[in-house]
Each structure stands twice: as C-alpha cells, then as structure tokens.
Write a protein that binds this ligand. Structure first.
Ligand code: FE2
Length: 314
C-alpha cells in the first residue's frame, strides 16, 4: 500500500525513512565546477622530527620497531591519517641491530633513505642494501622486511597509498609466518631500487631540458608503482619555476638543498629531509636558494588510469 504523501514534510519523511535523499536539497552538492580545496598545503620539518624519532628509539621497544614511525597527517580538520587524499608519508628510524619483521599488504609502498648506512631491505627474498638518496619499492603484496646490521641510525621516509586502499576497501595485510623470510639472496634491487648515484647521473644528463615545475627531472620507473609516480627533480638556485597545478596529489621530499615553495598563496621554506604536500589542484611554484633535489611522489597514475589527470602549467 502506498502511504499518503500530502505535504513536503510527508515527502521528506517518506524518502528519508528509506535512507534516500532528494537531489534538489542536498546538504552538500555532489558535483562542483573544479576540484575543491579540501586537503591543505602543509609541511613537516626534518630538523623537528629527527629528535622526536630519536627519543622514540629509546622509549619504544624493538618489538615495535617496524611501526616506530611518525605518519604525517594533513592538518585539515577531522583528519588523523592521510597526508593527502590518496597517500600517507612517514618518517622512520631503524637503529643498529634492529629488525622490522616481514609482512605484506595490498598497499603499495616505497622508501627514501635520508641518513645512515648498513640497512637492508628484503623484498620477496631479494636482499637490497639501502643507502642515503636511494629509493626502494615494495609493490602490492610483496613480502618485505628491514634490518640494520650497521653501526649507524638509519632514518628514512615511507610513502604509501594506504589512504587510497582505505577509500576503495581492498585492504589485506599478512605477517610473514616465519617472522622473516628464511631465504634471501643478495641483490642490487633490479627494478625495485633506484640508486642515488644513478639518479644524479640521469639528472645531469637532463640538464637544459626545462620542465614545468623543475629545471631537470627524471622519472623513477614508468610508473614506479601502479598507483604512485616518482620524479626526482632538480631546482637551480635562484631560478623560479612556473606556476603549475594538477589534479594529481603531490608529496615532496627534500633530498638535497633548500628553498621555498608557494602553494595557493602560502609560502613554505624547506631544507634537507623536509616534507611538503601539494594537494590536488592547488597552484604551486618552487624557488631554490641553493641547488636542490626533490623527490616528487604523486598519485598521477591513478588519475591517468581513469582519464582524470589534468595539468596546467604557466
Ligand atoms: Fe609494510
């Protein structure tokens, strides 16, 4: 039997009771003209983070070493995890003698080594040394563990697409049944490792090829991961880049040098080891005050896969 609906009040009550909403009076619009400025431009300074991580190294036991990291959550109200909509970045410390046990997950991950020698990562049985400036990939569902057999504290940055996996729901995580992979073979990392010296040589070869947001730029992988594109970018001291914006969300890590990034009217000064995030569609430009190298981590492959990658450069 159809209920009697004689007034607007009856009408709203009728569809609200069925978990439905009228398209003509949404609390928030469902469509808008261009990407909304939801996530905020933000920065994390390595010089501030490092002593906190060092203190965590003393206070948080080795049984938790694989999670002794500090994730950078975007300061937009109500957010507690993503750095930008689709990705999260974190700083991690692994001290001499420590081991991060093997596990795998559907989230894609990568590491950028900031400081410290003597640390290895094992990815699907391949044992790869990690050195400062190196970038190491751990794609979807590959086993990975880390151990520091050297004498130096190792600081690195992690970047993962976990927030995207959260949005789309296909999260699976599995600790390795043996704690660590029993067999591992020394490896140069193959397609999973990008060595600093190789990256520098490629950047040198790219001199003179100006890019919209850098003075030299090389892509690591093509793309590095199904969901994440990596570009190592050089900025020449005193030469501003143009102003760009893209639907891709970007996290920058400062591998070398210092400078300033203007993001949507906000000015952010950065130095070695800092993190700067440029959320989707925010105009940005860089100006290095000494020659600099940035690792640009973006979700461009996701946008590209669905025909949503739009970029403007001025
Ligand atoms: Fe992991």
């Amino acid at each position: 039997m159809v209920a009697q609906i004689g007034s607007l009040e009856d009408l709203y009550a009728a569809f609200t009771g069925l978990n439905m909403e009228g398209g003509w009076h949404r609390l928030r619009p469902a469509l808008w003209r261009e990407p909304a400025a939801n996530f905020l431009p933000a920065q994390w300074r390595y010089i501030e983070v490092k002593p906190i991580l060092a203190a965590a190294g003393l206070l948080i036991g080795t049984d938790k070493a694989e999670r002794r990291n500090l994730t950078m959550f975007n300061p937009v109200e109500g957010n507690i995890y993503p750095t930008v909509r689709t990705m999260v970045a974190a700083y991690q410390l692994v001290k001499p003698g420590e081991v991060a046990r093997a596990h795998r997950h559907t989230a894609n991950a990568l590491r950028l080594i900031l400081e410290g020698n003597g640390t290895y990562t094992v990815v699907d049985g391949a044992r790869v040394e990690m050195r400062p400036g190196d970038v190491l990939l751990t794609p979807n569902w590959t086993w990975h563990s880390h151990d520091n057999v050297g004498a130096e504290d190792c600081y690195w940055m992690d970047f993962l697409d976990v927030p995207l996996v959260h949005l789309l729901e296909p999260m699976f995580f599995e600790p390795h049944p043996d704690g660590l992979e029993k067999q591992s073979v020394p490896s140069d990392g193959g397609t999973l490792a990008f060595r600093w010296e190789d990256t520098l040589a490629r950047l040198e070869a790219d001199q003179g090829n100006d890019h919209a947001d850098a003075h030299a730029s090389v892509q690591l992988g093509d793309p590095a991961l199904n969901t994440i594109r990596l570009d190592m970018q050089q900025l020449d001291a005193g030469r501003p880049t143009g102003v760009c914006r893209t639907t891709a969300n970007i996290i920058y890590a400062v591998v070398r040098g210092s400078g300033r990034t203007e993001i949507d009217g906000q000015s952010i000064d950065w130095n070695f080891g800092d993190t700067v995030c440029v959320p989707a569609w925010r105009p940005y430009s860089h100006l290095a005050n000494e020659d600099a190298v940035l690792l640009k981590v973006s979700d461009a492959p996701v946008m590209d896969a669905f025909g949503w990658l739009r970029t403007q450069a001025g």
